[in-house]
Design a protein around this ligand. Structure first.
Ligand code: ADP
Length: 206
């Protein structure tokens, strides 16, 4: 069975993590953020060093490594009963981030919706990243040069991922609106999806 998935899509600083964390507290939704998984790696380990080598420069971690680590993590979460794929949507935050990752995941996830947090004002996003770097000790966002590189990488490598999916699955939300307004729009699309999942499970049980 493929994981029924909702992709949170958008540039660094667009608010994917903020929204993902809130949605992950709603029953029926499991939030999985690749950046958070990477940051739990021990810095002394080979994997941890590899992550910081790339993230510190504002670059993406290589695809195979990213997918392998994420697969291990999600299988582990399933095994310890934190994630229940039959009754929960997977809310993916920061994955897939390249076309190649989208292909590597094609047999594992079924993308039902893409929430694209789009920002028409780049300077706002840069401001958010600067503020977050100070507040959360994110040293990948500590310099303007790295921030700029991360935004460039997004345009070049991540944005094309949107073309891998049917346009009717993509919902564009302006990310500079208030957090609660963004959340409200996201929830509006999640409600019918979750209700349909519940009905299908009921029918399957009959
Ligand atoms: P942001 O919220 O600013 O987009 P994340 O916490 O999602 O940042 O990611 C931090 C860093 O982790 C990225 O800059 C990148 O180096 C790495 N990373 C996260 N997700 C992926 C991915 N799917 N593929 C490759 N690298 C990733």
């Amino acid at each position: 069975m493929k994981y029924k998935s909702i992709l949170l899509f958008g540039a660094p600083g667009s608010g994917k993590g903020t929204q993902g964390k809130i949605i992950g507290t709603i029953p029926g939704f499991y939030h999985s953020a690749t950046g958070d998984i990477f940051r739990t790696l021990d810095l002394q380990s080979e994997m941890g060093r590899k992550f910081w080598e790339y993230a510190g420069r504002g670059e993406l971690v290589p695809d195979e490594f990213t997918i392998k680590l994420w697969m291990q993590n999600i299988k582990g979460m399933e095994m310890i009963n934190h994630f229940h794929p039959e009754s929960e949507f997977l809310v993916l935050d920061g994955l897939p981030r390249t076309v190649s990752q989208a292909k590597l995941l094609a047999d594992t996830i079924e993308v039902v919706k893409i929430v694209h947090l789009a920002c028409s004002d780049n300077t706002k996003m840069v401001e958010r990243l600067r503020r977050r770097a100070l507040k959360e000790n994110r040293f990948d966002d500590a310099s303007d040069e790295v921030i700029r590189r991360r935004l460039d990488v997004y345009e070049r490598e991540t944005r094309p991922v949107l073309d891998c999916y049917a346009p009717e699955k993509i919902l564009r939300i302006e990310s500079t609106m208030s957090q609660i307004r963004v959340l409200s729009e996201v929830i509006d699309v999640l409600v019918p999806l979750k209700e349909a999942m519940d009905v299908n499970r009921e029918l399957a049980r009959l």
